[in-house]
Design a protein around this ligand. Structure first.
Ligand code: PLP
Length: 374
């Protein structure tokens, strides 16, 4: 996608906030535990390579990504830390992963069979983390005997397969009610007990688990949304330390006009001025990931809330101004302005989704500007 560098809309990412969030979390871990930074989906929209660098500086010793291509991008950028792909990878890509020293997630015996039968040789045995489905219902072994057999199978095929880790993922770690969480932990214990020898990494914790159930952590955590300073529960549960939001979204007014009472704004003419009003146009729209359903939400200009009026277009949108303002006036769509601020969680609440989806949704047309890198 063409990056809009000659347009005033931009994402600003604060490296010091990222380092703060990661080092706060690292300090809470016991000495034998590691923090792997989850930087899938372009670092939740913040930029995969930059976030890899900032989290490493703050104490992350490995990375988790969703797909093999993200892992290969990190290798290409020169990162030599362990990288785990959390999703399922095609067995045909096992050699590519092994040759690049990328660890893969495996959720069934059939995958291991296929790889063991391939006639290709790997430069190193493929590092495998077995996923255990204790209740997430997404990927992984549901039966502890099959799981233990898979572990044995890898030990018998050690020229190709290296049993490096086992893990599960919680469905409700960000909720106040812990019943389902406790059910999942008790199932995970069954799987642990089924093994004669544990792998190098035993891990269960996403951000929410590590923040609120640290006792379960194992010896590595998969720290994701917390890196970016967002609370995985939205606002339901408070974080034990301050999570500093790392991303701001800013733009400028590019057109300002007065409209007469009775005039309408944007597609569908869904907004009609009740009195004479000042309207500002901002060069951002749903093609940038500023979603159409945010019509009626607000932006901040000079510390004042300005309502988004009329439909959000692909590349532009309009706001109602409290008074005439000059073209070029700064607009804050996420971040601080005077005594007001808009968080990704505020945006998510209005759009009836979660903060994760907001930052992941910002497209590559928005330039990502990094500050406080040193
Ligand atoms: C995305 C993901 C994480 C990170 O979750 P956060 O809530 O962002 O901390 C951890 N583990 C798995 C398996 C994931 O898919």
């Amino acid at each position: 996608m063409v990056v809009g560098v000659n347009r005033p809309s931009r994402l600003i990412i604060d490296a010091s906030a990222i380092r703060h969030n990661v080092s706060e979390e690292v300090q809470r871990l016991d000495q034998k535990s590691e923090l792997f930074a989850v930087i899938k989906a372009n670092g939740y929209g913040h930029g995969i390579r930059k976030i890899a660098q900032f989290t490493k500086e703050a104490g992350a010793t490995g990375f988790c990504v969703a797909i093999l291509d993200e892992a290969l991008d990190l290798r290409e950028a020169g990162f030599t830390e362990p990288i785990l792909v959390l999703g399922i990878t095609d067995p045909d890509s096992a050699k590519l992963a092994a040759d690049n020293d990328v660890s893969l997630t495996v959720g069934d015996q059939e995958w291991l069979n296929q790889v063991s039968q391939q006639s290709v040789t790997f430069s190193n045995p493929l590092k495998v983390h077995l996923a255990i489905d204790t209740g997430m219902g997404r990927i992984g072994f549901q039966n502890s005997e099959e799981f233990a057999k898979a572990a044995d199978f890898m030990r018998e095929h050690s020229e190709k397969l290296d049993f490096e880790g086992m893990f599960t993922h919680f469905a409700t770690a960000d909720e106040k009610n812990t019943d389902y969480f406790n059910l999942q932990t008790s199932r995970f214990k069954e799987f642990l007990n089924a093994l004669s020898e544990k792998p190098k990494y035993v891990h269960v914790s996403n951000t929410a688990t590590s923040l609120w159930h640290a006792a379960c952590n194992g010896n590595m955590i998969r720290f994701g949304v917390g890196i970016y300073g967002m609370n995985p529960s939205g606002r339901a549960i408070e974080s034990p330390y301050e999570l500093k939001p790392a991303m701001r979204l800013e733009s400028k007014l590019v057109f300002v006009k007065k409209i007469k009472a009775g005039r309408s704004v944007s597609y569908g003419a869904t907004y009609t001025a009740k009195e004479d009003e000042w309207i500002g146009t901002i060069p951002i729209g749903y093609a940038d990931g500023y979603e159409r359903r945010l019509q009626g939400f607000y932006v901040l200009i000079d510390g004042q809330k300005c309502e988004i009026v009329g439909r959000i277009c692909m590349d532009q949108m309009m706001v109602r101004l409290p008074k005439e303002m000059p073209v070029g006036t700064k607009v804050v769509l996420a971040g601080q302005s005077g005594s007001e601020s808009i968080s990704m969680t505020n945006i998510a609440d209005y759009a009836a989704t979660i903060n994760y989806e907001i930052t992941c949704g910002f497209t590559d047309r928005l330039p990502r500007i990094y500050e406080n890198e040193q």
